[in-house]
Design a protein around this ligand. Structure first.
Ligand SMILES: C[S@@+](CC[C@H](N)C(=O)[O-])C[C@H]1O[C@@H](n2cnc3c(N)ncnc32)[C@H](O)[C@@H]1O
Length: 279
């Protein structure tokens, strides 16, 4: 397992209990809507987290269908499995711990969802080929990723850029910045055009890359900072030396104050890149 994958698994193990699924559910539903799933279809959800795509997919395919969620983080998979067992979909949803970099299924599926996970993989092009390999011919793929362009994030993501910029200043010498793969600098997900090209190169056709808006509200800058401990930026927080955490938090608070409203709340609309393709 690569260093990046170990770090990703550790970060999501720690954040699984506080992962605010409610924040991700609207965008997960939009991913599922792109697939126009029918009753009885078999779906694979990679990087299922706490089920933002998994549960809307289960709702769409109904009891004659099947949805398998796979997550690298044992903790995330265990909690999602508990959520599934308590849901109305428990008889046709299954959750397993697993690494999609070693994805293999006994039978092909009709559709694959990948909500905000491709950028966490050291080799997204390889993952796209593996996804194509588990889809039946004519099967559909839908995903979301960060809307990177020119080495940065699209307008609307200033809050994440501020956190990454502040914490980047506290990383120990010689440690790779885990934010770099998020930005996909030099990688296949670097911009919309390269993303579409990578999806086509993996064997997909009818490739469409677009955006949907994720709307977020936090009552305060501190509420936003707390949230950043439970999403991808957790990987950065985990690298800040313990004796510098208070200083890093104070700096983040000061920098983020510029995006807070007069009432102290933080509201933003983050355009999120979508991918839809047919095998
Ligand atoms: C940003 S979260 C998104 C979760 C969910 N899809 C959603 O939209 O809310 C990314 C998830 O992908 C998982 N993940 C990261 N790398 C993975 C890999 N190689 N194989 C399987 N899951 C992975 C993480 O553990 C985490 O739960």
């Amino acid at each position: 397992m690569s260093d990046t994958t170990t770090r990703v698994g550790d970060a999501y193990d720690k954040s699984a209990g506080n992962y605010n699924a409610a924040m991700f559910n609207p965008i997960g539903r939009k991913v599922v809507d792109l697939l126009d799933l029918g009753r009885g279809e078999r779906v694979l959800d990679i990087g299922c987290g706490r089920g933002a795509c998994l549960f809307p997919a289960a709702d769409a395919v109904g009891p004659t269908g099947h949805v398998l969620g796979i997550d690298l983080s044992a903790e995330m998979a265990a909690r999602c499995a508990e959520d599934a067992a308590a849901s109305p979909f428990r008889d046709w949803v299954e959750v397993r711990q697993g690494d999609i970099q070693r994805l293999a299924l006994d039978e092909p599926v009709d559709a694959v969802t990948a909500g905000m996970v491709l950028f966490l993989l050291p080799d997204p092009a390889d993952a796209l080929r593996r996804i194509a390999a588990v889809l039946r011919p004519g099967g559909r793929f839908a995903a979301t990723t960060f809307p990177t362009q020119d080495g940065g994030l699209a307008a609307g993501w200033e809050s994440a850029e501020i956190i990454a910029d502040v914490l980047g200043g506290y990383l120990p010498a010689g440690v790779d910045n885990p934010w770099t793969p998020v930005l996909g600098v030099g990688g296949p997900l670097a911009d919309a055009e390269s993303t579409a090209a990578a999806v086509r190169a993996a064997g997909f056709s009818e490739v469409e890359v677009g955006t949907v808006d994720a709307v977020s509200h936090f009552d305060s800058v501190d509420a936003y900072i707390t949230w950043t401990w439970n999403i991808t930026t957790r990987m950065l927080w985990d690298l800040v030396p313990a004796d510098r955490l208070a200083e890093a938090t104070a700096q983040a608070r000061e920098r983020l104050a510029v995006i807070a409203g007069a009432d102290g709340a933080v509201d933003f609309v983050c355009p999120t890149r979508t991918i839809h393709a047919v095998r």
